[in-house]
Design a protein around this ligand. Structure first.
Ligand SMILES: NC(=O)c1ccc[n+]([C@@H]2O[C@H](COP(=O)([O-])OP(=O)(O)OC[C@H]3O[C@@H](n4cnc5c(N)ncnc54)[C@H](O)[C@@H]3O)[C@@H](O)[C@H]2O)c1
Length: 333
């Protein structure tokens, strides 16, 4: 019988794309989302429950009424700047919400979780590319909340037999190659959709913050990973957790591991702008501005561990494809 996967946050950008991958792999996703930032129509034909991971009674009811085999947990607030202005909002949702969810899982004997973590746990590390074992020194409350949840999963795995994988995404980008889904954050803070908004005339111009970094063209370099490749990694991580049962995990001994998910190949802000001009054919206005505080020059993943352990590798690594898929979703191509 198809395994049922609870997907908190499944109406969001990465969650909704992962629903497609889960269904294609033969799983039955069950979405739980409070629609604080998600879109109900993004779950397409998946089962959807409107609700909050902080609602203990709702979680008990869900775990009692559905034979849930694993949880793929995306539900969180994601905007780092807002987390600096309102940290308690982030600790409440991201940390207390995840605690409530993991408690309910333990109560109901559901042991497997894939968790959305982030490259922000590494802070402004100057190492490049970044490996999983580097110190975790987040520089904003958002990153702190994600690292706090990772610690909780690690410790609960040791004490209560939880089997958890944290996936540390770098910059999620692109859209479903078939055009069914895309990125609809509001407010939008991610570079590729912002650049495409400039191309479509939704904004007057795009700003490049800092052109004097020690990089190949002076602008910051980031690691963009196609959202369909992220979705695929969740399926691979689940498969890894499902094989743990019979092989390595005995009794109450749990399992916890963390993997970087990135292209391993960085693209500069200027390269993103140029790719957007090429894909859209629009010569939009670009403003060069001062550096922003707290922006490291280079953030690139070493994703070798995900390759070797999960058998995952990006299948859409080209920046032009990520930009083209995002543009296609915007209905402009
Ligand atoms: N987008 C990126 O580049 C990126 C990078 C690293 C990590 N992440 C992480 O990946 C996850 C998904 O990111 P995204 O870009 O899809 O964000 P998103 O905002 O589109 O999706 C998050 C979803 O969670 C839901 N949600 C939030 N709080 C909830 C709660 N208490 N109960 C139920 N639902 C709740 C929102 O309504 C939304 O649908 C997040 O955990 C984020 O921290 C994203």
């Amino acid at each position: 019988m198809a395994k049922t996967i609870l997907v908190p946050g499944g109406a969001g950008f990465i969650g909704s794309h992962t629903l497609l991958a889960l269904k294609a792999a033969g799983y039955t996703p069950l979405v739980l989302d409070n629609l604080s930032n998600g879109h109900q129509d993004a779950v397409l034909d998946a089962n959807f429950i409107e609700g909050d991971i902080r609602d203990e009674a709702l979680l008990d009811q869900l775990f009692e009424n559905h034979a849930i085999d694993a949880v793929v947990h995306f539900a969180a607030f994601i905007e780092a700047g807002e987390s600096v202005r309102d940290p308690m909002k982030f600790y409440d949702n991201n940390v207390a919400g995840s605690l409530n969810l993991v408690r309910a899982m333990v109560r109901h004997g559901v042991r497997k979780m894939v968790f959305s973590s982030t490259a922000a746990v590494y802070g402004d590390s100057t190492d490049a590319p970044l490996t999983e074992d580097l110190p975790k020194v987040p520089i904003n409350p958002y990153g702190q909340t994600k690292w706090a949840v990772e610690c909780m999963l690690r410790d609960t795995a040791a004490a209560d037999g939880l089997q958890a994988i944290a996936l540390r995404y770098f910059n999620a980008a692109g859209a479903d190659p078939e055009g069914r889904l895309g990125e609809r954050h509001d407010p939008e803070t991610h570079l590729i959709p912002l650049v495409l908004q400039a191309a479509s005339g939704q904004r007057d111009a795009i700003s490049i913050f800092g052109t004097d970094y020690d990089t190949r063209d002076g602008t910051c370099i980031r690691d963009y990973i196609h959202v369909a490749d992220l979705a695929d990694a969740h399926v691979k991580a689940l498969e890894h957790l499902f094989t743990q049962d019979d092989s390595k995990v005995r009794g109450r001994r749990g399992f916890y591991d963390a993997f970087n998910l990135g292209n391993g190949q960085g693209f500069s802000v200027r390269e993103v702008v140029d790719a957007a001009k090429q894909v859209t054919g629009v010569d939009f206005t670009v403003k060069e501005e001062e550096r922003r505080p707290g922006d490291p020059a280079v953030l690139v993943a070493n994703a070798e561990k995900a390759r070797t352990t999960l058998g995952w590798s990006p299948s859409i690594p080209a920046l032009e494809d990520m930009v083209a898929h995002a543009w296609n979703f915007m209905g402009q191509s």
